[in-house]
Design a protein around this ligand. Structure first.
Ligand SMILES: C[S@@+](CC[C@H](N)C(=O)[O-])C[C@H]1O[C@@H](n2cnc3c(N)ncnc32)[C@H](O)[C@@H]1O
Length: 353
């Protein structure tokens, strides 16, 4: 399949290049462009200089910050950029326009990376990058991601998906709400107080907007004195993670990536939550064993890892951004980077797993 600059695949079919930003910009302020985290380390661990003409997949390309850096660092490389958010892809398409002929952007889910690459005629790649979650650019859209921006409670990365944050808030049980909140790091007592307030509020009227939900939470857990973060921060994060199945996507995305890497190819994963970092650590450890194994962990046991894929962990401890980077990019402050290299196991990667 032909690969051209600004060519885009929409869930599988090649579409016309896009030039416009139709991201639905909020009226109050122009959306900020996402500032990518740990760019130097991403480039180094992906091995861009070792593979100047390699094939790299940015499995969560967003508005294209890391992708641009990869294309600059590997001057003859091809970059496949995948994202669930079509509006972000439009921004990335503009941003990467100068790398004519070396970029394909695909609207899709990282869990489908094998199928999506196969559509481009690609069986295996030199590097995979996963930088999951939400970009700053998305926060600034009127799509319900932020309690600071009045909007419908939506929070879908992929607007073709049916389930929204509004559906979850108004339908799941008290216990499910508590579990969702605890999984996102909320303390048990606060999680129960928020869940109780939500259940009571929705019994009177459906909860439909970011303002409504933020007010319900702020009332339920009135902060004593000054608080570093808004009381609704973790609840909004919990909802976003649930709407977009982020934990599952990360686990399945990493597994799929390992199967498309060639021997010597590398995977780099950035995470911002300890729950995400544990998923990465645990998968890398499991795939680095000679005999597939399940490691002790707070998560349900892994389905048996494939004996045909093995990696060498390149970061026994996760790398963190420097103080200087955190100073200029606050969004990077919780970032952890882990990387691994696929090693020879006698079996070549194949798109059919
Ligand atoms: C932190 S941003 C990536 C920013 C990007 N690295 C950059 O430099 O601009 C995360 C992106 O992942 C996308 N995303 C989230 N879940 C996804 C999934 N399952 N498959 C593909 N993309 C996903 C989001 O839409 C968002 O654009």
């Amino acid at each position: 399949m032909q690969m051209e600059c600004k060519a885009r695949l929409n869930s599988g079919s090649l579409s016309a290049p896009c030039n416009t930003n139709s991201g639905g910009e909020p009226k109050h302020q122009p959306p900020r462009l996402h500032m990518p985290a740990m760019v130097k380390e991403v480039i180094e661990y992906l091995g861009c200089s070792r593979k100047p003409d390699g094939v790299f997949v940015d499995m969560t390309v967003g508005t294209g910050g890391h992708a641009e850096a990869i294309l600059r660092a590997a001057p003859n490389a091809t970059l496949i950029g995948i994202d669930r958010d079509e509006a972000s892809l439009e921004v990335a398409s503009e941003r990467l326009a100068e790398f004519s002929g070396r970029v394909v952007l695909i609207h899709g889910d990282m869990r489908d990376v094998q199928r999506l690459l196969r559509l481009c005629g690609i069986e295996s790649v030199d590097g995979c990058l996963i930088d999951p979650g939400m970009s700053l650019w998305q926060v600034d859209q009127e799509r319900g991601f932020s309690f600071r921006i009045p909007a419908e409670l939506d929070m879908r990365y992929d607007r073709a998906q049916k389930l929204t944050a509004k559906d979850i808030v108004n339908s799941v049980s008290f216990e499910e709400l508590v579990n969702m909140l605890k999984a996102a790091g909320e303390r048990r007592k606060k999680a129960r107080a928020i869940a109780q307030a939500v259940v009571e509020a929705r019994a009177k009227n459906p909860i439909e907007t970011t303002e409504q939900l933020a007010a319900i939470i702020a009332e339920a857990i009135k902060p004593k004195g000054w608080q570093r973060i808004h009381p609704a921060t973790k609840a909004f994060m919990a909802l976003r993670i649930a709407v977009n199945e982020e934990a599952d996507a990360l686990e399945q995305g990493i597994r799929a990536a390992l199967h498309v890497l060639r021997v010597g190819g590398r995977i780099v994963v950035l995470t911002y939550q300890s729950i995400e970092d544990r998923i990465v650590k645990r998968l890398f450890e499991a795939y680095s064993q000679l005999t597939p194994t399940n490691l002790p962990s707070p998560f349900p046991p892994l389905p048996m890892v494939s004996g045909a894929v093995r990696v060498r962990v390149l970061t026994p401890k996760p790398l963190r951004p420097s103080r200087h980077e955190i100073k200029i990019n606050r969004c990077a402050r919780g970032c952890k980077l882990r990387a691994a290299e696929r090693v020879d196991d006698g079996v070549q990667p194949s798109c059919s797993q």
